[in-house]
Design a protein around this ligand. Structure first.
Ligand SMILES: [Zn+2]
Ligand SMILES: [Zn+2]
Length: 233
């Protein structure tokens, strides 16, 4: 079946994400845009995913638990999981590799953890703009250990991408799917043979994708999407 998706959306927990990117606003905008599948992928944390998951259960909108991790090489990697529990266990493992440098909201932006009523639960204390002290290779292994799939983010962007920072996609990483940034130039020879997805990387509500990018999968569930991304489908 064909599913319209946006698998890269930031909430108000990302320092660069607008404060209006609340669980309810993200859900309602995604419904308004008639998307079938979304993923909320905040920088280095997934602490707003549980609230959005609870909300999404009342609607015909599939939420993939996700995170956008910045590695030691300053490469952005999208990580997707089968459940909120798996995402939270993965985050716990990342916590041991985190630089606990306090965030400066005035400089980098707010980092708000909200509940399903959009009420403030906690302000995330550490600067999420920092890299996690883990290599791309080890991140992929850790993600896999937790039943997840890694997709290099915006590979054709000139910063924070696997192509910009490593120069190429090492074959031994076993990557099957890459995310392409629509507005940046593409060097086809460097990405030949990889399955591609296109997301909004929205930091503002109005930037969430229209019903424009589609995957063809067996059924509308998290496992089918993960299988597609891992190339098993
Ligand atoms: Zn990014
Ligand atoms: Zn992003």
């Amino acid at each position: 079946m064909k599913l319209y998706y946006d698998l890269h959306i930031h909430s108000c927990l990302s320092p660069c994400g607008d404060d209006d990117m609340t669980p309810n606003n993200i859900l309602n905008m995604s419904l308004l845009k008639e998307l079938d599948v979304i993923a909320v992928t905040d920088h280095n944390t997934g602490k707003n995913v549980r609230a959005i998951m609870e909300l999404s259960k009342d609607f015909d909108l599939l939420l993939i638990p996700g995170m956008e991790v910045q590695t030691r090489e300053e490469v952005h990697m999208l990580c997707y999981f089968q459940s909120v529990e798996a995402l939270e266990a993965f985050e716990k493992a990342l916590d041991a590799k985190r630089f606990e440098i306090p965030n400066r909201p005035d400089h980098f932006g707010n980092q708000l953890i909200l509940d399903k009523e959009d009420h403030l639960v906690e302000v995330y204390p550490y600067a999420l703009i920092m890299s996690i002290d883990i290599s791309v290779e080890h991140l992929i292994a850790l993600c896999k250990e937790h039943g997840g799939v890694c997709v290099p983010a915006h590979v054709n962007k000139s910063a924070n991408s696997i192509l910009a920072n490593l120069g190429f996609i090492p074959k031994e990483l076993g990557i099957k799917t890459i995310e392409i940034h629509r507005k940046s130039p593409v060097n086809e020879t460097l990405i030949d043979g990889y399955q591609r997805i296109y997301n909004s990387d929205a930091h503002y509500l109005e930037h969430i994708s229209e019903r424009e990018n589609v995957v063809d999968v067996a059924s509308k569930d998290i496992l089918s999407i993960l299988k597609y991304l891992s190339g098993e489908d």
